[in-house]
Write a protein of this length. Structure first.
Length: 208
């Protein structure tokens, strides 16, 4: 058991160090040697855990995505909320809320971290869309919504919403951001053929 713990601790140390260096130096400019020097390990130790710098990047992205999925699974497991509340809660679970996440998001938007940013968005869409589609399918089955392409609609909605609300891609003022959010919520209602403003009212209540 101790050997497994030491293995996990060392692997996480490499990921934590690489993550900080990627944000500070940029993924493209950071080398494996930079990571080795920062930790004080030999090259053989690094390659015992990872085959390349890109694999380290993929592992960082996977770890961040897992954090979001854990939040979402907690909402999925809730039995005392409606399907509408569950779906909206899952969307809200993707919002960056704590200082560590916010700092990471700012660094992610740097030009030199475009690959990290793209991979993160891709993984979130691919991991989240099937979970959202499960809730939509349940709603369709119960006659709450009517949606012909649950998975595809959720992929489209996630890709568009994550991009349009990303301040690193679109520099919008507060009023424009609010209009985008309103339009996205309206689009979701149309995708599900839900009552007009039903999700908007829930969003407004959640922000009070």
């Amino acid at each position: 058991m101790r050997i497994v713990k030491e293995h996990d601790d060392r692997r996480n140390e490499i990921l934590d160090t690489a993550e900080k260096l990627f944000y500070v130096k940029g993924y493209g400019r950071c080398t494996v040697n930079d990571i080795l020097t920062a930790i004080g390990i030999a090259k053989g130790t690094f390659y015992h855990y990872f085959t390349s710098k890109e694999e380290v990047l993929d592992s960082i992205v996977a770890r961040y995505t897992e954090m979001i999925i854990n939040r979402v699974n907690g909402i999925l497991a809730a039995s005392d909320i409606s399907l509408e509340e569950k779906l909206m809660g899952m969307f809200m679970a993707m919002k960056i809320t704590n200082p560590i996440d916010s700092e990471m998001l700012d660094d992610m938007h740097k030009v030199e971290n475009v690959l990290l940013h793209q991979k993160m968005l891709n993984q979130i869409v691919m991991a989240m869309a099937p979970l959202l589609a499960m809730v939509v399918d349940e709603g369709v089955g119960k006659g709450v919504w009517n949606c012909r392409y649950p998975l595809q609609y959720m992929q489209i909605f996630l890709a568009s919403s994550l991009s349009l609300t990303d301040e690193g891609i679109f520099a919008l003022d507060g009023e424009s951001q609010m209009k985008i959010m309103a339009a996205l919520i309206s689009l979701l209602e149309k995708m599900l053929q839900a009552p007009e403003d039903s999700f908007m009212q829930m969003l407004m209540q959640a922000q009070e």
